[in-house]
Design a binder for this molecule. Structure first.
Ligand SMILES: *Cc1c(COP(=O)(O)O)cnc(C)c1O
Length: 223
């Protein structure tokens, strides 16, 4: 058995069945992505529109894919045609553009997550936790978007235990919004809490992550 297959099996066995594994495919080759899918990966995560389009084309089946990298407004139309979920909504302006392009595309409602800048680092993507409520209300009012949850990275910490506070604060925002937001007819509401990477996924699951985003642990270090 090759290394990627082994890694996928090990991780899928280790994490609770209620937690989804996203295989993060940035910088990987089509053969690597195909192997991960053959080994049982059911969800992919891409950082860039072009790169992800090329990698998905190399697969012989359809695998749902989430956008986990920052989205520029001039790439929204392409992103809407490619991704099943956009995890990185962090401004009303971007949300409105995604809504408009989704409407034009005729693809039906698009699920989105709000990205939380839980490390409160200036110059980083995401909204500060205290700004999430206003953005969530604005996103919820857009006809073609379905707010499905939150995503966060947190600041990098060499000891994953030090990331716990970022995940905990994001979960608090998640719980607050889940209660506060009106639910449109037939919607499942806020169900996704996307947090934790190769280095920090155990702490993230401990803090309530429903989805972890893993690259290095499946595919090895990035070049
Ligand atoms: C690259 C990336 C990951 C995966 O990181 P690893 O440390 O390789 O597991 C997860 N989330 C986001 C947003 C990323 O850009």
């Amino acid at each position: 058995m090759s290394q990627i297959t082994e890694n996928v099996h090990r991780l899928l066995n280790e994490i609770p069945k209620t937690v989804s594994l996203i295989a993060v495919i940035k910088t990987r080759g089509p053969d690597e992505v195909r192997e991960a899918v053959d080994a049982g990966v059911r969800l992919l995560g891409g950082n860039y529109v072009q790169e992800t389009a090329a990698l998905l084309k190399g697969l012989d089946r359809t695998v749902p894919c989430h956008l986990i990298g920052h989205l520029q407004t001039n790439k929204v139309r392409k992103a809407v045609g490619l991704f099943d979920v956009i995890e990185t909504v962090d401004s009303e302006n971007l949300a409105r553009e995604i809504d408009r392009r989704t409407g034009e595309s005729g693809r039906g409602p698009l699920r989105v997550l709000i990205e939380i800048n839980s490390g409160r680092e200036t110059g980083k993507t995401g909204v500060f936790p205290e700004a999430a409520d206003a953005l969530a209300a604005a996103v919820s009012a857009l006809p073609n978007l379905r707010l499905a949850g939150l995503m966060t990275m947190g600041s990098f910490e060499s000891d994953p235990e030090d990331s716990r506070r970022y995940f905990r604060e994001t979960r608090r925002v998640f719980e607050r919004l889940s209660k506060a937001l009106p639910r449109k007819d037939g919607e499942t509401g806020m169900t996704v809490l996307s947090m934790g990477m190769s280095h920090s996924y155990k702490v993230a699951i401990d803090e309530g992550a429903t989805e972890i985003r893993i690259g290095t642990l499946l595919f090895g270090p990035r070049a």
